[in-house]
Design a protein around this ligand. Sequence first.
Ligand SMILES: [Zn+2]
Length: 344
Amino acid sequence: MTGTIPFLTISGVPVRLHFTFLMLAGLLAFEDRNDFFAESLVIMALFTCVFLHELSHALMARHFGIGTLDVVMYLTGGIARLERLPTPKEGIYIAAAGPATNFIIAGFLWYLQHYVGTNALMHEIAVANLWLGAFNLLPAYPMDGGRIFRSLLDWKVPEEQAITMANWVGRGLAFILAGLGLAFGEWLLVFVAFFVFTGAQQEFYARKSNSLMKGASVKEAMLRNFITLHHGTSIREAAEQLLDTSQQDFPVTHGDQVVGLLSRDGLIQALATEGPDTYVAGAMQRDFLRLAPEDSLEDSLNLLSDKGYTALVMADDLLLGMVTKENLNEFLVLRNFGLRRGEA
Ligand SMILES: [Zn+2]
């Protein structure tokens, strides 16, 4: 995870701080000196509550045997990254654990005040937890309520319909929130609406692509006509191929062996640092992603996203094709119209 530093590990869950979190120290420095102590205490208590919320997701996931990669704390909240997607039923429990924790904290703080007397600080933190819990229950991605809603849909409704319904509910909610925000001059609400709208859209495209890839092999989506470069080709010649063709990534060969992959970025960087008369062998990546033609496209998606959606398709040492982001998009568009390769 870029931009994060390890902070601590609690019951086996690594917690990392995002660099925006460090801005908190800066924000606190601007606080009024008189309230500095109290304000710092409130902010720290709130972040502890957000953290407990995320931790409860992680612990509930573990209850179902799902590990947590890490909990990352951002200035705007936390995110627990799970090792695998839960089933719909598990998903409901894991998502609900977060808001439930906030409600339990609020209840506990109110209960405590019966014994220690009314306390302004405890009251403030209890109210904030109620808001945290309620806000997270909004039925739109990426809020927990959205996850619960999605799990319920996946459980009861066919996939295609579930994806569309979740999208419309997310967008509808965004419009309602934006309307309320504008009507009452609450700009924070307008910001949240924007957040909900983009969240719904991203989730829609991600799930739509996933469902279109179901059952497809890498072979069905791969590019078949492309140029390869010899490892002794100069950067100057490679740059001409970049102009002559629409290709952005070039497999590099040595004899009949594929030895690397030269990307557009790698080529430009070599031009800038080494000049045009060096060889592609020095600028190519040697640890490119190899996929087999029969690999499932859906299962390869995580690997692909790590490599900017570019991979070489190889059977043993034989280069059969390439996967690129552009080609993958074309594949999805055609699949959306029900077209499949080899039917023409
Ligand atoms: Zn949550």
